[in-house]
Write a protein that binds this ligand. Structure first.
Ligand code: PMM
Length: 295
């Protein structure tokens, strides 16, 4: 499904409609060094096959990334980043009927990805890394995800100091969002993400998940990425990221109950089951406590 206003409109409506289950964003890292799936999908054929599998498993969109942003990672050149992601996006847009997202901090890569068929720009720097990003978003009007992070991936863990964790994350997210809105991005095209694992300790990640509904104050759909992340390893002692499915399901369930509307995950089929159950429970919590016919 190539970029078109209808795909964007459909995603906006689906994320905002609380009667529908949250959206599933499948992760497709075309990198040699991502913490969990690094090296598996560098070959475009394998990447497209994985995209096809995630679509069949129930993903609503696929997030294609060409640069690892794990703690301590080093940046790649824009040319290399584009060389990794563009063939995959082009082929997925033609061959798989699913919306696509580009995970990049660079406006030029984002623009080429939109040309190739992406509908969402997922910028982990919250539009701060590339000064051209806000104007691009305003001109092309994709959905834009503003994620919270401090500094850059190679240095961010030294910035995990907060006097008020929630207050500062909300304030800084709002600053990031303002960059795109002030440039002219329509407000409904903005989604926000607290950036689990980015400039946060394991304990801080848990506290953010525990108080996720506070971020609802920003009035935009919440994207949450907990999948296989290292805080789950710290909590459970499971060292290998690809063995963290059950901890991921637990954290996704908590995120859905806290109001997350888009879940960024590796294990689409398994997480989808948890999302459907957690969403049903959340809906029942919001409905009347006693209903006719219960007694
Ligand atoms: N996490 C990673 C990369 N991109 N984007 C958003 N919006 N939210 C996240 O939590 C996020 C992200 C790192 O995880 P990966 O290496 O599995 O892609």
């Amino acid at each position: 499904m190539s970029w078109d206003p209808q795909t964007v409109h459909h995603l906006i409506e689906a994320a905002e409609d609380l009667s529908r289950p949250p959206l599933i964003m499948g992760i497709l890292n075309v990198t040699p060094d991502s913490f969990s799936d690094g090296g598996r999908f560098l070959d475009p054929d394998q990447a497209v096959e994985q995209g096809r599998r995630m679509a069949a498993a129930g993903a609503d969109l696929i997030d294609v990334g060409g640069e690892s942003t794990r703690p301590g990672s080093t940046p790649v050149s824009p040319v290399e980043e584009a060389r990794r992601v563009l063939p995959v996006i082009q082929r997925l847009a033609q061959e798989v009927p699913i919306a696509l997202s580009i995970d990049t901090r660079r406006a030029a890569v984002a623009e080429a990805a939109l040309e190739a068929g992406a509908s969402v720009v997922n910028d982990v720097s919250g539009f701060t890394f590339d000064p051209d990003m806000p104007a691009l978003l305003a001109r092309r009007t994709p959905i834009a995800i503003a994620m919270h992070m401090r500094s850059t991936p190679d240095r961010m863990q030294s910035q995990a100091r907060y006097r008020s964790l929630l207050g500062e994350v909300i304030e800084e997210l709002w600053q990031r969002a303002r960059k795109a809105l002030d440039a002219g991005l329509p407000p409904r095209h903005l989604w926000i993400d607290p950036g689990i694992g980015f400039a946060k300790t394991a304990d801080q990640n848990v506290r953010l998940l525990a108080h996720l509904e506070t971020l609802g104050a920003l009035g935009r759909p919440l994207v949450v990425g907990v999948s296989r992340k290292s805080f789950l390893g710290a909590l459970t002692g499971i060292e290998r990221p690809d063995e963290r499915l059950f901890p991921t399901v637990a954290a996704v369930t908590a995120a859905v109950l806290g109001g997350a509307r888009v879940l960024r995950v590796h294990d689409v089929a398994e997480v989808r089951q948890a999302i459907l159950v957690a969403h049903a429970i959340l809906r029942a919590r919001q409905a009347a406590l006693f209903r006719e016919g219960d007694a």
